[in-house]
Ligand binder design. Structure first.
Ligand SMILES: C[S@@+](CC[C@H](N)C(=O)[O-])C[C@H]1O[C@@H](n2cnc3c(N)ncnc32)[C@H](O)[C@@H]1O
Length: 432
């Protein structure tokens, strides 16, 4: 094994520990690891794929390890993680058996775990032989989903839709792009599929920054579902719009491209820097304010339109971020729901009578979506629903619920390649 192969496996081991035992979001752990910069782009890509695969398939992997251990009971955490990395390669990434086993054994030696070399060798050899057949018999979607999430989705949507969600999570999402203008021409240049809503879709993988149009700022990465809220405002020419939770700025860019004069807020000044960078590449302009949207007092009073893309658990984005399955807890949902309620109450004050308010989250927990809106409407007579129609989604009706809210779930639009889970409600402030 070369030094770089060993270094890549070592980084993967650290990242797994950070996500599973310190609840650090995978992207943050990845960006902060000091050894990543020294790896070749190919090895960095491999580390990302390897750790993401362990997180996506953790339930299956742990069951396989349990069934191939000679004695019951799991080894200590770091050794368990080495077995997880080896199993992911053997069963899900088609790494040749000798390479996956040898690298795991050498990693044990390099990480002061030489006494475990024999155990790792024996368990992984057995998984190499028996793992693929055993994995084919597993209930993959259910095994990889924490019980509390499974129960919450089954209760909210029924068993068939909950199954659709957990099975969609087994696969990485495609790469979706939103273009500033001329989607058909860009679809051709980028060899992408033009989706009914105007987003472009390419297979996942490859370097985004090397695609045509990146440097000139013709498009940005944004899931089909995430592109819907801003589109539902329609034409925004000459309108003043507040984007209350803006970073990293995908929806800000859409609002500006739709003609609005946008004030984009985010509580985090550091995250707002990403909005500055993204808008600069896209040659778009907005006013940026680092502040808490719940207490912000705009000069010039309320706006014609307000977008509240509230902080949320992101359980709708597991296809892209499988760490969410491991780092989020029911406590997080309760805390986030409280913050969302506070922001939503303030958002109503910030929109003019006759204006439009769009609330959205990339969560599939009803507490962060449907329940927020029914509670708001029950207590605040200033706003009413303005239902979304399939015609506004390019004819797609599956992600619209009976109240005219967008409720997309991973597992929907499977023939198009799927969609992230998202909730969008469009409200109108009644004229005074
Ligand atoms: C879901 S993200 C927004 C994504 C963004 N709209 C986009 O499309 O790229 C939520 C953002 O809300 C910000 N945030 C959380 N609480 C906030 C608050 N009280 N006021 C303003 N921003 C807040 C977070 O820093 C985070 O950047």
């Amino acid at each position: 094994m070369t030094d770089t192969t060993l270094a890549a496996r070592g980084v993967a081991l650290d990242l797994l520990r950070d996500v599973l035992r310190k609840s650090v979001p995978f992207d943050d752990a990845f960006d902060a690891h000091p050894d990543l910069a020294g790896l070749e782009p190919r090895d960095r890509g491999f580390v990302r794929l390897l750790v993401a695969t362990v997180l996506r398939r953790l339930g299956q992997i742990d069951e396989l390890i349990q069934s191939c251990l000679a004695k019951p009971g799991l080894p200590k955490a770091a050794i368990h993680d080495m077995l997880r990395l080896g199993t992911a390669q053997l069963v899900f990434l088609n790494t040749p058996a000798h390479a996956a086993v040898d690298t795991a054994v050498e990693l044990a030696a390099a990480r002061n775990a030489a006494p475990y070399k024999g155990l790792i060798n024996a368990v992984l050899r057995r998984i190499g032989r028996e793992g693929p057949a055993l994995a084919a018999q597993q209930d993959a979607g259910r095994l990889n989903t924490p019980d509390w999430m499974w129960l919450s989705w089954r209760t909210a949507y029924g068993t068939a839709k909950a199954r659709g969600i957990v099975e969609a999570h087994l696969h990485e999402a495609p790469l979706d792009l939103t273009v500033k203008a001329d989607p058909a021409a860009w679809a051709e240049r980028l060899e992408a599929t033009l989706l009914p809503t105007g987003s472009l879709r390419r297979p996942s993988g490859g370097s985004v920054t090397e695609l045509p149009g990146f440097d000139e700022g013709a498009w940005w990465v944004q899931d089909l579902a995430a592109s819907l809220p801003a589109k539902l405002f329609g034409d925004l020419a000459a309108k003043r719009v507040f984007d209350l939770c803006a970073a990293p700025g995908g929806k800000t860019a859409q609002l500006v491209a739709q003609g609005a004069s946008v004030t984009a807020l985010d509580r985090s000044a550091k995250r707002l820097e990403r909005v500055t960078e993204n808008l600069k590449r896209l040659r778009l302009e907005a006013e940026l304010v680092a502040t808490d949207a719940a207490t912000w007092e705009p000069e010039g009073g309320p706006a014609d339109a307000v977008l509240l893309d509230a902080p949320c658990s992101a359980t709708g984005a597991v296809r892209r971020h499988p760490d969410i399955l491991r780092v989020k807890t029911p406590d997080d949902i309760a805390k986030l729901a409280k913050a969302q309620g506070r922001l939503l109450a303030r958002a109503v004050d910030l929109v003019k009578p006759g204006g439009t308010l769009i609330y959205c989250t990339c969560s599939i927990q009803p507490e962060e979506g449907e329940a927020q809106i029914s509670r708001l409407l029950a207590r605040d007579g200033r706003v009413e629903r303005w239902p979304v129609t399939p015609a506004e989604l390019g004819g797609l009706s599956e992600p619209i619920n009976e109240k005219g809210e967008v409720r997309s779930l991973p597992g929907m639009l499977a023939d198009l390649g799927g969609i992230d889970g998202f909730f969008v409600a469009r409200l109108r402030r009644r004229p005074e």
